[in-house]
Ligand binder design. Structure first.
Ligand SMILES: NC(=O)c1ccc[n+]([C@@H]2O[C@H](COP(=O)([O-])OP(=O)(O)OC[C@H]3O[C@@H](n4cnc5c(N)ncnc54)[C@H](OP(=O)(O)O)[C@@H]3O)[C@@H](O)[C@H]2O)c1
Length: 295
């Protein structure tokens, strides 16, 4: 298969390296700054490999698969890549957090070509040409159990990434969104790692925002119990306290935050479904305020 990976950050770097190392695909990294050889670190060791890179959309043609690995708010900026890379049979996998992946891509990409994913592994870019992959569960990427989803799973045959179709992808996607929508805003706003969740007042805040999120998710058809919030919070407490979320790290670096794709997605779905989300609205206003230059 010909595969284009747009965005060589933590996720894109790991995915491009794993696909290239399988020897089964022609992989092109679509990047803003050229990189030649890259190093991938895993628990099994480090491997250095050469990767084809493209820095201009004019230099690429239609491929079988496009993997969009940018932050959600950068999706619109991939438009010029997608115009060149998408042909009649191209599939576009959205390797991003959140829900409503098909709504993020430009309209010229058919919704039926889009494969949403839930990414479970941890990917980190430790230097421009250096990536670290950590497996966080028995599965690395989940996709819907559709023809396109099954095709995505086969793409990763022979790689070290375990991909699988989920029988209830909708619920899985909401569950991951809720974990992210609790951990990311709270760590970014407090400028603290996950240890901050061990405070009683922060636990109360998280349970309130999760209660709202669970009500919205249930109204949207996710198969979650009415009292799921404490279980979601407990799952979060299993992460090591020293872990820094991506929104925490982005806020420290003054980079844009994925607030609209996480907290904003709950508020938007709540508005659509008539479920109030005042706690999430408060957090989103604060996240917007810390990510904008001072007025
Ligand atoms: N990292 C994780 O462990 C993890 C786990 C689960 C889910 N996710 C989700 O996966 C998505 C990607 O996360 P990430 O951690 O990989 O983000 P990241 O490290 O910030 O990487 C994003 C990359 O996209 C590139 N990019 C942005 N716009 C581009 C464009 N128009 N053309 C080419 N490249 C472009 C950026 O390039 P520059 O370097 O030039 O800025 C950057 O290298 C996010 O939605 C995140 O929430 C991440």
């Amino acid at each position: 298969m010909s595969v284009a990976v747009i965005g060589m950050g933590g996720i894109g770097g790991a995915v491009a390296a794993c696909l290239a190392l399988s020897g089964r695909h022609r992989v092109t990294a679509c990047v803003r700054r050229s990189i030649g050889e890259i190093t991938l670190d895993t628990a099994e060791g480090s491997v250095r490999l050469a990767l084809d890179t493209a820095t201009s959309p004019a230099s690429v043609n239609a491929v079988d698969w496009v993997l969009v690995c940018t932050k959600a708010h950068d999706t619109a900026s991939t438009s010029s890549w997608l115009k060149r890379l998408c042909g009649p049979i191209t599939r576009v996998a959205m390797m991003q957090n959140g829900i409503g992946h098909a709504d993020r891509v430009p309209q010229f990409v058919s919704a039926s070509a889009v494969v949403p994913t839930v990414v479970h592994f941890n990917g980190e870019r430790t230097a421009p040409d250096h990536f670290r992959l950590r497996h966080a569960s028995h599965q690395d990427v989940s996709v819907p159990d559709t023809e396109a989803g099954r095709s995505f799973v086969h793409l990763f045959d022979g790689t070290s990434l375990k991909t699988a179709c989920s029988a209830d992808f909708h619920t899985l996607q909401w569950s991951k969104l809720l974990i992210n929508a609790a951990a990311n805003p709270v760590t970014a706003l407090t400028r603290q790692r996950l240890a901050v969740l061990r405070r009683d007042d922060i636990r109360t805040l998280c349970l309130r925002l999760l209660d709202e999120g669970v009500a919205v998710a249930r109204a949207d058809g996710a198969n979650l119990a009415e009292d799921a919030a404490p279980r979601i919070f407990d799952a979060l407490m299993e992460y090591p306290p020293e872990v820094g979320t991506s929104m925490y790290l982005d806020s420290l670096e003054g980079r844009p935050l994925e607030a609209d794709a996480l907290t904003g997605a709950i508020i938007d779905a709540g508005t659509r479904l008539g479920i109030p989300t005042p706690v999430n609205e408060t957090l989103l206003a604060l996240l917007h305020a810390i990510s904008a230059p001072e007025a």
